[in-house]
Design a protein around this ligand. Structure first.
Ligand code: FCB
Length: 393
């Protein structure tokens, strides 16, 4: 199983989850001003992995992994700490970060929005506000102008529908709303934010621009399913995939796919067969990845798997997980899916949002006291695959 010569091998992280001290964001505010009875988040982010300072050490690890790219994100609240006021000291910081990646031979896959927002933006109504797309597009254009020359691909927004679900429907993330209408408005705003940002960014910079979409594969649980299970699985998959991508497909140079699990449908509920699950109880089903990749062919743009990984504190399933997910990817490519790269989530253990630090997604473990980085066994396994550009030997 040889991958194409120019295949992209990397890992993925996001700024809020690793940088530490992102004090000017809605997430930070929410963690540090808990209301009575507020369960989540289970822990606050604090220093996270201190990657704001230790980014060179992190990129050295990427190099040890024989990676040729890295996916990371820029913190909007640092770049635009006050409405319309951009901070050139922070821009200089991110220039240093991106240059450090480049110096180590890593292509840079940069996400502009990965869940956290500047406080001022949240106070103005966040992603439910009609002005949200314009605010975001202005920031995105600024980033394209200032940083474009150091960036290999831009992703505007990470997992817009997960954000809309968690923040506006499940109420587990800020702004902790439970409103179906609010969640729909948020999704529509993300669509227009992407389209608007794409156009503005293209005017000032030529870097390819995509969006990162989490897609779950949905299928009926039974071998001989009833009509409703088939219909529900099809409808939810459509909502999770084509409903969103269809609205932005004319402004998309590539699709970033985050694939973690499959849901099976039985009697209007999600379930899965007994089998392998991660520490978060996510069902490990590589076949779902193959199905999603094959389905995405119709968009006719390159696909990067921008996240794929599992919470596995003992590192028991990770090698098997990587091997089987990559085999599924390879098979989808044989069937014509234009997959150009794979980023494992994640390089290092990090802040897993409302869950806090307990889920361990890293190829590299982090000592929570000293923040010392320590590669797990699977790190060396992935390094070998990236070096050989192949799953064999
Ligand atoms: C994805 C997020 C990422 C990380 C992984 C486990 O939904 O994009 O930040 O939390 O899940």
């Amino acid at each position: 199983m040889k991958f194409t010569a120019d295949f992209i091998w990397g890992t993925a992280t996001s700024s809020y989850q690793i940088e530490g001290n992102n004090t000017n964001t809605d997430w930070w505010y929410w963690e540090n001003n808990k209301k009575r009875g507020q369960k989540y988040p289970l822990e606050s982010c604090g220093m996270a992995c201190d990657s704001y300072k230790r980014f060179e050490e992190d990129f050295d690890l990427c190099k040890q992994l024989n990676n040729n790219a890295v996916r990371l994100s820029i913190e909007w609240a640092r770049i635009e700490p006050k409405e319309g006021k951009f901070d050139y000291i922070e821009i200089a910081h991110y220039k240093r970060v991106l240059s450090a990646a480049k110096e180590r031979g890593l292509k840079t896959f940069v996400t502009l929005h990965h869940f956290s927002n500047p406080l001022w933006f949240a106070k103005k109504g966040g992603w439910a506000s009609i002005k949200a797309p314009r605010y975001f597009a202005r920031y995105a254009e600024f980033c394209a102008k200032e940083l474009g020359y150091l960036v290999d691909t831009f992703a505007t927004i990470n997992e817009p529908q997960v954000y809309a679900m968690m923040g506006y429907l499940a109420g587990k993330w800020p702004p902790a709303k439970k409103s179906p209408i609010g969640s729909l408005i948020c999704q529509l705003n993300f669509m227009s934010a992407h389209n608007m940002a794409y156009k503005k960014m293209k005017k000032v910079d030529k870097t390819p621009i995509g969006l990162v979409k989490q897609i779950v594969w949905y299928e009926p649980f039974d071998k001989n399913p009833n009509f409703w299970d088939v219909l529900v699985a099809k409808f939810i998959y459509w909502l999770n995939c084509d409903f969103f991508l269809g609205a932005i497909k004319n402004n998309l140079d590539f699709i970033g796919l985050n694939y973690y699990f499959t849901n099976q449908v039985k009697n209007f509920r999600f379930t899965h067969p007994p089998g392998m699950v991660s520490n978060l109880n996510w069902w490990i089903n590589p076949d779902g990845l193959k199905k999603v990749l094959t389905h995405l062919k119709k968009y006719n743009v390159p696909i990067y798997i921008t996240e794929n990984g599992l919470a596995d504190s003992q590192d028991r399933l990770r090698q098997m997980f990587i091997k089987n997910m990559l085999s599924a990817t390879y098979e989808a490519m044989q069937k014509g899916a234009p997959v150009k790269g794979y980023f494992h989530w994640s390089l290092i253990d990090n802040y897993e949002w409302h869950e806090g630090f307990w889920p361990k997604f890293g190829l590299v473990a982090i000592d929570r006291k000293t923040l010392e980085r320590k590669p797990r066994k699977s790190f060396y396994y992935y390094a070998k695959i990236c070096n050989n550009n192949s799953l064999d030997g």
